[in-house]
Design a protein around this ligand. Structure first.
Ligand code: ZN
Length: 182
């Protein structure tokens, strides 16, 4: 999945969860964390030579479970009022990244059970040989055409971006309305 789509899915999830859960003054913090960490695992792309080779430990659940637990435990001492919000934001954002990468995998899957089982999991067939290109060539052909071949997945990803833009525009519109009513 492309980074912009990860950010979109993080924004949608953050909005939905923060709407249903009582987060009070930490609502914004929670959404920012979910969006940030729904993108963050792809940092390993900076250090990878190819698209298909960019899944490091940042793309494994065990890493993010450990990080979230550490944030929760350390936070109890240093920021006890919001340690659970921060830990949940990081956990949900990062795992949403893994789930959406698993759904939309084209060249590399997710190692759900790393380090116990190093098998790659993916929803549709993957073609690692198509991903032997540098990350920055993802938006050019032939990779782009290959990426669009699975219309269902491409539509799903495009749809996420549309929904995120819709929510964002609605929010901007509402805040304009509130401002003018003041
Ligand atoms: Zn990824």
């Amino acid at each position: 999945m492309f980074i912009i789509s990860h950010a979109a899915s993080g924004y949608i999830a953050g909005k939905i969860i923060s709407h249903h859960k009582k987060l009070d003054k930490y609502q914004q913090l929670f959404i920012v964390l979910v969006v940030t960490f729904s993108v963050f695992p792809d940092v390993d792309g900076v250090f990878s030579a190819t698209v298909a080779g960019h899944h490091s430990i940042l793309h494994t659940p065990v890493f993010w479970i450990t990080v979230s637990c550490l944030i929760y435990v350390i936070g109890r001492k240093f920021y006890p009022s919001k340690n659970h919000i921060i830990a949940w934001g990081v956990f949900l954002g990062a795992n949403l990244h893994l789930i959406t990468d698993w759904i939309t995998a084209r060249t590399v899957g997710i190692q759900w059970f790393y380090p116990f089982i190093t098998k790659n999991y993916y929803l549709y067939s993957i073609y690692p040989e198509k991903g032997q290109i540098p990350i920055y060539e993802m938006v050019t052909n032939p990779y782009w055409s290959f990426y669009m071949e699975n219309k269902l997945l491409f539509g799903f990803e495009f749809g996420l971006n549309l929904i995120a833009v819709f929510i964002l525009l609605r929010k901007i519109n509402l805040s304009f309305k509130n401002e003018s009513e003041k």
